[in-house]
Design a protein around this ligand. Structure first.
Ligand SMILES: [Fe+2]
Length: 259
């Protein structure tokens, strides 16, 4: 695949996003956030794949997968006014449908098509299938890492202003204060990825996002997590309880030992 082909995908992506715009300025602002998110996920994906020394072709497939991973988000938001898959539709499955219906990947090799479609389909799933071919797994894991890193950026930027300008979209409709749940603390302490279903308040959600550290696959992703100070920024938005401070130290140590 040539460089100019990547820009064709970018052109398609921006016109797909533009096609979902309307006269609703609030909705347009949300869609703009998704465009910005995709841009950052693409640059994270590029940085991680270059750090891994991937060949150009594999890097390019990872970039296309990163670019297309959230295409389902745009019609999801305009159709259902939510990013909550449980209340609307599986945005990853919708993304695959959009890609296939549009024949977007028809000029790529069969291998590239498989890699990109499985990365889009599985990027939002909590449990991944064991039987995915290795070449699909490596691209999928990279997109998941790049995606998580940018979701952390979005939330950490929000934490800095959330008291003045709370955004219900980023609070999951949960109480804005409350004790951190023992189950969530126990999961993080034991090195487990915590489940959003266990969140009782926004503090739990913040901790659960930190547990994604255990789901990062590549050392470069962990290095970027450290470099961007996502642990410190999250802790600043949590009550300074001894167990929370201890977790911050534990998670930082884990990242440092695994980069
Ligand atoms: Fe995403």
């Amino acid at each position: 695949m040539q460089e100019h082909e990547l820009s064709l995908f970018k052109n398609w992506f921006y016109s797909h996003a533009a096609g979902c715009r309307s006269n609703d300025s609030e909705m347009n602002a949300v869609l703009d956030l998704k465009i910005k998110h995709t841009d950052f996920v693409c640059s994270n994906a590029l940085r991680i794949s270059q750090g891994l020394g991937w060949p150009e072709e594999q890097t390019r497939a990872a970039q296309i997968a990163a670019l297309l991973h959230d295409v389902g988000r745009f019609p999801q938001m305009t159709g259902f006014q939510t990013f909550n898959d449980n209340l609307s539709c599986d945005h990853a499955a919708l993304g695959v449908e959009i890609i296939l219906t549009g024949g977007l990947l028809q000029n790529l090799t069969g291998k590239e098509q498989r890699q990109i479609l499985s990365a889009v389909a599985w990027h939002n799933k909590r449990i991944l299938p064991q039987e995915l071919p290795k070449d699909e797994q490596s691209i999928l894991r990279l997109v998941r890492d790049a995606d998580k890193l940018d979701i952390m950026r979005i939330f950490c930027e929000y934490y800095a202003i959330c008291r003045k300008r709370p955004n219900p979209l980023l609070e999951f409709g949960l109480p804005l204060s409350g004790k951190c749940s023992e189950k969530v603390i126990a999961d993080l302490t034991s090195g487990r990825i915590a489940d959003l279903a266990d969140a009782r308040n926004v503090n739990d959600v913040r901790l659960i996002k930190l547990s994604w550290i255990y789901d990062l696959h590549y050392p470069m992703s962990r290095a970027l997590f450290l470099e961007n100070k996502y642990i410190e920024k999250t802790l600043a938005a949590l009550p300074p309880l001894p167990e929370v401070v201890r977790l911050g130290v534990q998670l930082t140590d884990y990242l440092k030992k695994n980069i």
